[in-house]
Write a protein that binds this ligand. Structure first.
Ligand SMILES: [Zn+2]
Length: 521
């Protein structure tokens, strides 16, 4: 048998002769990305000759996007990293990840099923350490949503009855940019609302794709809600507007280095093919009628969900009110978004939203939605972002969109005080957009005890009735305002008239829409 010093000598000989080089690092696959890497230290820990542990420390440089040729003053991003390490089983691997964040990033042994590094494996800012259980591991900033997943989902989705699939253009490298048009073709398009959703201009922002995927899955599902959405809406869905960027593992640019998110106000010669494609398609689908809503799906490094709400100064007070209604409805339906997380910015022509605003103004609510990579509500002790809770958020987002545009007239019936069937004696009609309300007006009670009657036609069934609590259009507001407040359970025994009365408890009390949500056994 060897004695201990001989064993140590042997090990140092093995290590010197390339044992460490048995770890291979690569990123030459769909959505893969790494800049450079180097081994900076290696240490053996011994307990006895049969129990030793090799610790290897690597410095990983996340790869920068190419310099933006349209605007060379912009600093390229290196947020996205997604690489494979082979030969790691049983070794203690330390990674110091540079040029990007490493806040509990994710790993996978099969390149498909990812999980977060635990807090104890991410003690030092920017670093992870773990003893891996398998020989091959994939490490990434967040759960990847590669080009192959997009193609696989498209294949499923375009096979659904009634879905129109089109290649609307091609990327710089010639990949197709694909759009699904979804509606109930048995219902006339006249009177349908039009909703456009696109995503992934920024390739690193994979949470946005998981969020959008869940929305599309619901839109295409057989649920009573989805069927109603399709009866009342034409959806234009472009999940991947930057396929080159995603496939090539870029962070914020396409393969050319151009950030296509801010490429909407350039002359033709400096407009990327992806943006040209979107402009041409938007022009085509809005020929008859403007869109009602355009959602631009993104993810942000800030640990909260938000819309980028355009200020009244850069749009109008009514437009701000409408955006805040969408935001408030979304807050209403999810625990992952709070009034204080709302973000505000000026409308600008370099973005898709600005391009739409210049053409259609208030008619189209065009807005960016942001999901975080890390956790929600700025609370690291709360839930961390996962594919599962992004899917829940997707459903919540659709509920908000449905209420905003009144898309489900069967299971989620909205009766607004704008409606003539609401009897409103002793109530003053208000148009004041410094409050958040449905439609064009809300009501203010003139005296204590003013009564208000909502009359509507209601199908047989059991419903929960909510009243909209009118609050201020403010950067933040108390969570109990600007939301649906549960008021009653309604049992409608047969199809026909339904009346709901409220009475004000003080003058100045505000009243707006009611919502009846059908219950299913
Ligand atoms: Zn983005």
């Amino acid at each position: 048998m060897f004695n201990k010093s001989f064993f140590l000598l042997l090990l140092s000989l093995i290590s010197g002769s390339g044992l460490f080089s048995q770890i291979r690092i690569s990123a030459d696959f769909d959505s893969g990305s790494i800049g450079s890497y180097k081994l900076i230290d290696s240490v053996w820990f011994f307990r006895n000759s049969n129990d030793s542990l090799l610790t290897l420390s690597y410095e990983i440089e996340s790869r920068f996007d190419p310099l933006n040729p349209v605007d060379t003053s912009l600093r390229p991003s290196a947020r996205w990293y997604h690489f494979r390490m082979e030969g790691v089983k049983g070794k203690h691997i330390f990674l110091n990840i540079k040029n990007s964040e490493a806040i509990r990033p994710v790993y996978s042994y099969d390149g498909v099923n990812f999980q977060r590094f635990e807090t104890v494996e991410n003690i030092y800012r920017g670093s992870v350490n773990k003893i891996f259980e398998r020989d091959t591991v994939y490490i990434s900033h967040f759960v990847p949503y590669p080009y192959s997943r997009h193609k696989a989902k498209l294949k499923e989705w375009k096979a659904v009855d009634g879905v129109l699939h089109e290649v609307i253009g091609h990327s710089s490298l010639g990949l197709p940019i694909e759009m699904l048009t979804v509606t109930d073709n048995s219902v006339s398009d006249v009177g349908k609302k039009r909703v456009w959703i696109h995503g992934r201009s920024h390739p690193s922002e994979t949470p946005a794709s998981w969020h959008l995927e869940a929305m599309i899955e619901e839109i295409l599902s057989d649920s009573p809600f989805a069927k109603e959405l399709r009866r009342n809406t034409i959806f234009y869905l472009v999940p991947f507007i930057n396929p080159d960027g995603v496939k090539g593992g870029y962070s914020r640019s396409s393969s050319t280095g151009v950030n296509i998110e801010i490429n909407w106000d350039r002359p033709d010669s400096l407009t990327m093919p992806e943006v040209k494609t979107l402009k041409a398609t938007l022009e085509r689908v809005t020929k008859e009628k403007p869109l009602d809503l355009l959602l631009n799906m993104h993810s942000q490094i800030s640990s909260s969900v938000t819309y980028w709400i355009h200020t009244a100064e850069s749009t109008t007070a009514d437009f701000l009110k409408e955006q805040q209604l969408l935001s408030a409805l979304t807050i209403n339906y999810t625990p992952f978004y709070r009034p204080q997380d709302q973000s505000f910015s000026a409308m600008a022509p370099r973005y898709a939203e600005g391009w739409v605003w210049d053409r259609f103004g208030e008619k189209t609510l065009a807005i960016t939605f942001e999901t975080p990579y890390t956790y929600y509500n700025q609370d690291k002790d709360g839930p961390w972002v996962s594919v599962e809770n992004l899917a829940q958020l997707g459903y919540s987002t659709l509920l908000a969109v449905s209420d905003l545009l009144d898309l489900d007239k069967e299971n989620r019936i909205i009766a607004d005080t704008d409606d003539n069937r609401v009897s409103k004696r002793n109530w003053e009609v208000s148009y004041d957009p410094s409050s958040i309300f449905f439609g064009d007006t809300f009501l203010v009670s003139k005296k204590e005890g003013s009564s208000l009657k909502y009359k509507l036609n209601l199908k047989k069934g059991v419903y929960t009735l909510y009243c909209w609590k009118v609050g201020p259009t403010a950067e933040s507001y108390p969570a109990e305002t600007n939301r649906w407040v549960k008021r009653a359970k309604v049992i409608q025994r047969r199809d026909g008239n339904f009346t709901y009365r409220i009475k004000s408890t003080n003058p100045g009390e505000k009243a707006d829409a009611i919502l009846l949500v059908k219950e299913f056994e």
